[in-house]
Design a protein around this ligand. Structure first.
Ligand code: PEP
Length: 250
């Protein structure tokens, strides 16, 4: 029922020559059995969208402003992302929450802005190591979900990415039981808030040090609908086996 999704977050990485990685992916995955999304830096978005226009890869932004336009130097609106060819936008990534002190209320306002121009909002949530060690993970997740999600969402315009902060870029990964527990908890909360249709239809991705050598086992967790991949999405040689592992899990 939920089509799986492999999403790559290039973060602040990628120059013109790196578009060759996308060409390789396009050749490798002409008719994938899962959805593919790449979120490059804004500087590459338009060119990547052009490159992938006839292929199986969609492109997305990594953040957007809450406003449509105006005096916000350096920012990008959801409408601009859409205009550049994006179909989705990552919101509330822990690096944005930390580097730019974004709180969940801002993330919610950004999600509304994204939805207003038909972008899918990929909303990131996750606990810190201290919060996990204090056995507060589910409380933190509940709070982030309550405050970050817009009041109205559909299974098509919302994706949740569970990304434990301590697993991002560190090579550390939660146990499969820990991933399953949080994903099941998120689904229950979505069903309670939005109803069974949206709750059951919304994709929940795992993110945090997904690599070619651990992807298959993570994708065996029944409640994992795909992955948000940082470092391993930069090179086709790394991202391809992750995508294949996701296809094999379907
Ligand atoms: C991310 O940036 O969303 C992420 C999960 O990064 P990494 O895969 O590098 O841990």
């Amino acid at each position: 029922m939920r089509r799986k999704l492999a999403a790559g977050n290039w973060k602040m990485n990628g120059l013109s020559p790196d578009l060759a990685e996308v060409e390789t992916l396009l050749k490798t995955f002409k008719n994938p059995s899962v959805d593919l999304l790449l979120c490059p830096p804004a500087t590459l978005l338009h060119r990547m969208a052009h490159l992938t226009a006839d292929g199986a890869i969609s492109v997305g932004g990594q953040d957007c402003h809450t406003a449509t336009s105006g005096a916000h130097t350096g920012d990008i609106s959801a409408e601009m992302l859409r205009d550049a060819g994006a179909t989705a936008v990552i919101l509330g990534h822990s690096e944005r929450r930390t580097d730019h002190e974004e709180d969940s209320e801002q993330v919610r306002a950004k999600a509304r802005a994204a939805h207003a121009v038909d972008l899918t909002a990929i909303i990131c949530i996750g606990e810190s190591l201290a919060q996990r060690e204090a056995a507060n993970t589910l409380d933190i997740i509940a709070g982030q979900l309550a405050a970050s999600l817009p009041d109205i969402a559909t299974a098509e315009n919302l994706v949740i990415a569970y990304e434990p902060i301590w697993a991002i870029g560190t090579g550390k990964v939660p146990t499969l039981a820990q991933i399953g527990e949080v994903h099941d908890f998120i689904r229950t909360r979505l069903e309670r808030r939005f109803g069974a249709g949206v709750g059951r239809g919304t994709r929940i991705l795992y993110g945090g040090s997904v690599k070619p050598d651990n992807a298959a086992q993570i994708f065996r967790v029944p409640s994992v609908d795909g992955a948000l991949v940082g470092g391993a999405s930069l090179k086709a040689v790394d991202f391809s086996p992750i995508i294949k592992a996701l296809e094999d899990s379907v």
